[in-house]
Design a protein around this ligand. Structure first.
Ligand code: ZN
Length: 444
């Protein structure tokens, strides 16, 4: 018997997760602790494993990707594995390795743009920084810890309209020079620049006085908006937040797999680096999932047979039709916020959806009483992509691409419908709990 979260419980948990997860590292750490408290055991990739049916496991790679696995009691060859995938990363500004800049006594940090960020919304925000810091400790070991400054410590002021009268018509943004965050005013214009590693060192000690840092060696730090996620709208119809793409889907997957029963096998994979092509040791184009499946099923014939009976739901947000820009959608494939998850279809395989996987997803939604919409990009426009086609081509698993419709994708503040995450979670829970084997439904 599934004990589903109510809409309110789901959304409160989602907002907490979004607020506590400014980077993929933090998202992974929060996913891991929630899984741990729900009875999932940590597997270390460097250890030998003996996986036992009826148990629940999880593992992380690079502190930024995670797999959770419910090893069902029924035979994998008959049940297959129900998989749900999402990504932990979002477009942002990342601090460069030698970031320190002094311009007229303003201390700034040079940044690289990570992924396809929408840059204009980064101006005039109260920004903070978070990420991972690697340091040498007092014994000479190298250790990594997560850091989050939490408070507003940086800003990128707009250029006043008086200094650029064309700002509302034609302002473009140069990623090298126009969006450099300002973090401090030095006492004089030629004062010595603080070293960013020393700033990180001091902040680590401030947060954890007993931490044995001898020297900060390197870091992966990005900026984020300190304005937290929030309901928006006269009737609170919407959720505004950074990183809805794709922490919304990570949270849907997390709460769904926690609800999964012990009969059939279920798997959640949330990977880093989707926004930059997924090619990394922990990205969807890397060997993470394949290696997990190889260790679970070392025999190639068994593994291929199980994969043949499995299915992956790749969850990533879709574009809702925007009331101010109605001509950007195909009129018959224009999802509306709060009208249910969206099946994403693309004839050129930018999405992995097939008629078979779409039918199965519709069937799960029907059972869970969840409405479904469909998205196809305009035929005269390009189409985005996601981890679906990558996982499908790497692992050979039948895949569907779905997601919640949103506005302002890749902005520092995106907007989703307040009901859609919950709808997708209901569908995900049905997928993980439906007692009918996928093979009996369609696949053979
Ligand atoms: Zn995405």
């Amino acid at each position: 018997m599934i004990n589903l979260l109510s809409l309110g419980e789901f959304n409160n948990g989602l907002l907490r997760f979004l607020r506590a997860s400014p980077t993929p590292f933090h998202a992974t750490s929060n996913l891991a602790s929630r899984l741990m408290s729900a009875g999932f055991q940590l597997l270390r990739e460097g250890d030998a494993w003996s996986l036992i049916p009826g148990n629940r496991y999880f593992l992380t790679r690079n502190d930024s990707s995670i797999i959770a696995f419910v090893y069902g009691k029924s035979d994998l060859l008959s049940s297959g594995i129900r998989m749900l995938g999402a990504h932990t990363d979002s477009p942002c500004l990342k601090v460069k390795p030698r970031a320190e800049l002094n311009r007229r006594g303003y201390f700034q940090l040079g940044v690289e743009v990570y992924g396809g960020a929408l840059l204009a919304p980064w101006y005039d925000r109260d920004l903070s920084m978070a990420g991972r810091v690697s340091f040498r400790d007092n014994q000479g070991h190298i250790t990594s810890v997560l850091i989050d400054f939490e408070r507003p410590i940086a800003t990128i002021p707009s250029l006043a309209i008086h200094l650029d009268r064309e700002a509302n018509n034609s302002r473009s943004i140069n990623a090298q020079k126009d969006i450099v965050p300002l973090i401090l005013q030095l006492p004089t214009e030629d004062a010595a620049l603080p070293d960013f590693r020393s700033i990180l060192h001091a902040e680590l000690l401030r947060q954890q006085p007993k931490i044995p840092v001898a020297k900060v060696l390197d870091y992966e730090i990005s900026f984020y908006d300190t304005q937290g996620p929030s309901f928006v709208g006269l009737e609170q119809d919407f959720i505004a937040s950074a990183r809805l793409d794709n922490l919304l889907s990570c949270y849907v997957g997390l709460e769904s797999i926690i609800q999964a029963n012990d009969e059939v096998s279920s798997l959640l994979i949330c990977t880093d680096h989707e926004e930059v092509g997924s090619t990394s040791c922990c990205g969807a184009k890397g060997p993470l999932l394949q290696q997990f499946l190889e260790r679970l099923l070392p025999d190639i014939e068994q593994r291929v047979r199980v994969i043949e009976r499995s299915m992956m739901i790749s969850a990533d947000n879709a574009h809702g039709i925007h009331p101010n820009f109605m001509d950007k959608h195909d009129e018959n494939h224009a999802p509306i916020l709060n009208r249910g998850p969206v099946i994403k279809v693309n004839a050129n395989q930018r999405y992995a959806t097939t008629s078979e996987t779409a039918s199965l997803f519709r069937w799960f939604c029907e059972r869970a009483e969840v409405p479904v919409q469909t998205f196809v990009a305009r035929s005269d426009m390009g189409c985005g992509s996601t981890i679906g086609p990558i996982v499908a081509s790497e692992v050979g698993v039948k895949t569907i691409d779905v997601g919640c419709s949103t506005f302002a994708m890749h902005s520092i503040r995106e907007l989703a419908g307040a009901k859609d995450g919950w709808w997708l979670y209901k569908a995900g829970s049905e997928f993980f709990n439906c007692e009918v084997p996928l093979v009996a439904l369609n696949f053979s």
